[in-house]
Design a protein around this ligand. Structure first.
Ligand code: NIG
Ligand code: FE
Length: 418
């Protein structure tokens, strides 16, 4: 199977020497090729170049069955990589959202047994098949908006059986979906009501019962903890991340969404692959992140939907840090997995330039999923996951013209998704 895309108005995010991620001032740079062609073969990016050095006959002689796509007036770029989602969930929570409109905070809703605990209750009742089918629909929805790889967390189980059930569903999605998927075990997402006042006992359960079974059945790539006020403490988080190290599982943790929780420093201390949310990031947190291998990941959808303060992305980039941006797609705090919206939020709310926004949602999120050697840019040998946009005037238009779908065609593993 081969696809030739020709007459591309602008081929975005190309790399001759692929990088694992970009940080600081480099985030402003994005290599583009105007009036270009791109050749995809056997699921990989084979070659690309300018139209004025292009011999279609030479390629079509070698690959007579290849599909030719004319991308006149259109942009081609790598698919988005969404490195933080909770898209396997049993039911939407729009009723609870009405309480939020009436003035209850996320923490207040959680205290009343709503929020994550509400999802956990429903998780017990739903069949694995229903869970799989609903998640598959969401995967297809985000792929149509241009997402080609996605991380999915457990964390709506909160019992050993339910957590394993969620992770089995994610495993099945990996097998059946053309998207590239990574799974994170998030047993420490919330404290079940019966463990209130003795949450270290729940942490014991996560460490001694859940984690060994998750590891033994190879159900998760990464380990997550919600390290924040009212949820898990630094001590809980350290215990869990330490236990994960025995199984070679790196952390990707929820940190500093609700307060200066110490989560960022803890993530860095345990060499987490990413720390995510980061609304409460000050000088100390920036200092801890500098020079580390931990990707600071901002989740604009949650901050927007919950009406929170925005993480200081500009300050972090100017201090020399990389920034990744993911959707946090979940039924409570970010009911959208549309990465085009995240791209726009990067510019509108976080004052990031279009190039920074594209880097944050492609190569840097690929790093935050451990995938930047195979995804996140247009480079020879990388996976053929590309987006062809509709006819648009410039790539700057992508974050600017927010709220509509500008992705026309999505190619995953070298094959048309739509
Ligand atoms: O990333 N912050 C913690 N967890 C999720 C919310 C999950 C939910 O409310 O269902 C988040 O925002
Ligand atoms: Fe999350």
């Amino acid at each position: 199977m081969a696809i030739l895309i020709k007459n591309i108005k602008e081929l975005l995010q190309i790399e001759d020497t692929p990088k694992l991620y970009v940080k600081g001032q480099e985030m402003k740079k994005m290599q583009i090729l105007k009036d270009a062609w791109l050749f995809l073969k056997e699921g990989k990016i084979e070659e690309f170049g300018p139209m004025n050095k292009f011999n279609e006959r030479e390629i079509s002689n070698k690959f007579p069955n290849m599909e030719v796509i004319d991308a006149s007036g259109k942009m081609v770029m790598p698919t988005f990589v969404d490195s933080h989602t909770h898209l396997v969930y049993p039911a939407s929570r729009e009723i609870e959202y009405i309480d939020k409109i009436k003035g209850l905070s996320y923490e207040e809703i959680a205290k009343r047994g709503g929020g994550i605990l509400n999802s956990a209750k429903k998780m017990k009742e739903i069949s694995e098949e229903e869970l799989f089918n609903s998640a598959m629909k969401r995967l297809n929805e985000i792929a149509a908006y241009g997402t080609g790889a996605v991380e999915i967390k457990s964390g709506y189980g909160l019992t050993t059986e339910s957590e394993l059930k969620m992770l089995r569903v994610i495993k099945k999605l990996k097998e059946h979906s053309p998207l590239t998927i990574k799974a994170s075990f998030l047993g420490a997402h919330s404290i079940p009501v019966e463990y209130r006042g003795k949450q270290e006992k729940y942490v014991d359960l996560v460490i001694n019962e859940m984690l060994p079974r998750v590891a033994e059945q190879k159900l998760a790539d990464y380990l997550d903890v919600f390290c924040d006020v009212g949820f898990f403490t630094v001590k809980d988080t350290e215990r869990i991340l330490e236990a994960g190290q025995k199984y070679g599982m790196r952390g990707k943790i929820h940190a500093n969404e609700l307060d200066y929780s110490g989560g960022i420093q803890t993530g860095v201390k345990y060499n987490a692959l990413s720390v995510d949310h980061l609304e409460f990031t000050g000088n100390e947190e920036i200092e801890a992140l500098l020079g580390s291998e931990t990707m600071p990941t901002i989740l604009p959808g949650a901050a927007f939907f919950l009406g929170m303060v925005y993480a200081p992305a500009r300050k972090m980039i100017d201090a020399g840090l990389p920034i990744a941006m993911a959707s946090d797609f979940n039924p409570g705090s970010s009911p959208s997995g549309n990465m085009q919206f995240i791209l726009s939020m990067a510019s509108i709310a976080y004052k990031m330039l279009p190039e920074e926004a594209i880097n944050a949602t492609t190569i840097n999120t690929a790093y935050a999923m451990g995938l930047s050697k195979e995804l996140g840019s247009i480079a020879k040998g990388k996976k053929a996951n590309v987006i062809i946009t509709s006819e648009i005037p410039s790539y700057e238009y992508l974050p600017y013209y927010y709220g509509t779908n500008k992705v026309e065609t999505v190619i995953l593993n070298g094959e048309r998704f739509n």
